[in-house]
Design a binder for this molecule. Structure first.
Ligand code: ATP
Ligand code: MG
Length: 549
């Protein structure tokens, strides 16, 4: 891992012998949605810091809010972290593992006069909290005797009260300049079944109570989180202080800037809305910035890890250009994806001096020796846009009377253009130069263009899905999120044609379709019908952005 300000802190800590048992981090997702590209940054950072420092990283589900959580998310989160290439070994924990201990800590606070049961409503509590410029107001229940608090808290736990009827609050300071210190709520009543603890509990700890204590219980040394938690740190410190956690041997919280990407939604709430309202086909829709969506789209874990490494870790929020992620994807695929030929928008070509079928040799990758055979025959298809009847001078593909090379095959000349009654070009008649293939007498004859093609009788039919960003590039910043969705974020080509070598390719197999882009076999693909997703086009817009800047 490249150096960053967090690594520098760890270096200092290690030098000072502060953590004799080594570095211990954690990735703490709430299982209320699928992980997205922003979470990948946190995963790479936490697991990466542990790896780089010969330490450990736990996976901990912060499952304190059962109304929004589900095992579906628990499962998907684990799958996504493994796919990214990280492993928590046997250290998978849940905040719910600690519900009893957290309850006991709360009881201890009550006994020491540091927490109280408040009968005020949520609204009243909000009103009494004050503002940034005005101190808060003490609740009329703030000075309840300890015994009464204990009794009420136990009865909250026993299920005697309705949701929202009472809460437990820490007793700190209603006039603190930090609003998080104005007697924050630490327990609430929720008669909701929990995906792990079932009906055992009807009170649940608040995130701000459970999180620092869970970190401390797990002996986390460096508790890395996003910037918005900076203002919560004084409460975490207060809690660990009063509960007697050794100040020299407790989690140190370090905040970093969250990842925001251009053209990308990284709000779980909005992603969930897209799924629930059917604007996309699911959490793993290839347009989604979720890790399961990016996986289905054909992005590689290597590319995502390289991207997270490349953007680094900062202390101030900023916007990263999505082109940079796409650049990493291209970079990885350019090196590793096999090349094949596919025609997305076919135009028939009859090669009038060709009979029978010939198997030609084609390299699988320009930097490798291995090859495959591709059939060549009298009828082929080329890309419609590779032919132009009234071509401008600089058009180096096929035109009437012109010549072009068929990749891995022969030079052809266009002799005739066949049209339908409406004047549309429906077929070309061409002749090959029989000596122009590799090894032939005119193999090195120069023609300006080389185009891809497939043999009509041997090509496989494929559905190809082309994607664009979910949010229209021209959407206004304050435009309604749903109104700003791009109606052309998915375009389906039903009848693309692809060379037969890809037959039977498993989902997630990635290819470069020569001259067209990078494509991946979709889960919907079958023996009967191949389905591909376009991962990215060939043109790298990131290099362009950089040279401009
Ligand atoms: P919420 O808490 O509102 O449900 P969240 O995106 O913070 O949403 P968590 O499950 O709490 O979801 O996130 C798990 C971890 O990932 C947290 O440590 C969080 O700080 C981190 N994280 C979330 N979004 C980003 C982001 N865009 N960039 C970097 N880290 C992120
Ligand atoms: Mg969060």
């Amino acid at each position: 891992m490249a150096s960053n300000f967090i690594q520098n802190i760890i270096d200092d800590d290690l030098k000072n012998g502060k953590y004799p048992n080594g570095i211990h981090t954690r990735f703490p997702p709430e299982p209320n949605g699928y992980l997205h590209i922003g979470h990948a940054k946190s995963v790479c950072l936490n697991f990466g810091l542990a790896q780089a420092n010969h330490g450990l990283c736990n996976l901990r589900f912060d499952d304190t809010n059962p109304t929004r959580e589900d095992v579906e998310y628990v499962d998907s989160i684990q799958e996504d972290i493994k796919w990214l290439g990280f492993d928590w070994d046997d250290r998978r924990y849940y905040a719910s593992d600690y519900f009893q201990r957290l309850f006991d800590y709360a009881v201890e606070l009550i006994k020491r006069g540091l927490a109280y049961v408040d009968d005020s409503s949520a609204d009243q509590i909000r009103q009494m909290r004050g503002t940034l410029t005005e101190a808060g107001v003490e609740s009329p229940f703030r000075n309840r005797p300890v015994e009464e608090n204990l009794d009420l808290f136990n009865r909250m736990k026993a299920g005697e009260f309705a949701d929202g009827a009472r809460v437990l609050r820490a007793k700190i300071d209603m006039s603190s300049p930090n609003i998080n210190m104005r007697d924050p709520v630490i327990y609430r009543i929720a008669h909701v079944r929990h995906h792990r603890t079932g009906d055992a509990w009807c009170i649940y700890p608040m995130y701000d109570f459970a999180h620092p204590l869970s970190d401390a219980i797990e002996h986390i040394t460096h508790s890395v989180c996003t910037l918005e938690f900076e203002d919560h740190r004084p409460f975490y410190d207060w809690l660990l202080d009063v509960l007697g956690f050794d100040p020299n041997n407790r989690p140190r919280q370090i905040e970093f800037a969250r990842l925001d990407l251009t053209n990308t939604i990284t709000s779980k709430r909005k992603l969930r809305q897209l799924v629930e309202e059917g604007h996309v086909r699911g959490w793993d829709d290839p347009r989604m910035p979720t890790l399961s969506g990016l996986r289905r789209r054909g992005f590689t874990p290597t590319a995502i890890r390289n991207f997270c490494e490349e953007i680094g870790v900062a202390k101030a929020n900023s916007m990263v250009d999505i082109a940079m992620l796409e650049h990493e994807v291209r970079d990885d695929l350019n090196r590793n994806a096999d090349r094949v030929m596919a025609v997305l928008n076919p135009l028939k070509v009859v090669l009038t001096n060709v009979e029978g079928v010939e198997q030609l040799t084609a390299e699988n990758h320009p930097e490798r020796e291995d090859t495959r055979m591709i059939p060549f025959a009298r009828e082929i298809f080329i890309e419609r846009e590779d032919f132009m009847e009234d071509a401008p001078k600089k058009f180096f593909r096929l035109k009437p009377g012109g010549e072009v090379r068929l990749k891995h095959a022969y030079i052809i000349r266009c002799d005739d253009v066949i049209k339908d009654d409406a004047g549309n070009v429906v077929e070309l008649h061409c002749t090959i130069d029989p000596d122009s293939k590799s090894g032939g007498a005119t193999a090195n004859r120069k023609v300006k263009g080389t185009i891809h093609w497939v043999a009509a009788d041997y090509a496989l039919r494929a559905e190809v899905r082309l994607y664009d960003y979910l949010i229209r590039p021209d959407a206004g910043a304050d435009e309604d999120f749903i109104a700003s969705l791009n109606p052309e974020s998915m375009i389906v080509i039903e009848n693309a044609l692809i060379e037969p070598s890809v037959k039977g390719a498993a989902p997630l197999t990635r290819y470069q379709f020569l001259r067209t882009g990078y494509f991946v076999v979709d889960y919907d693909s079958s023996e009967e019908k191949l389905v591909f997703n376009r991962i990215v086009g060939l043109k790298d817009t990131w290099s362009k952005v950089q040279s401009k800047g």
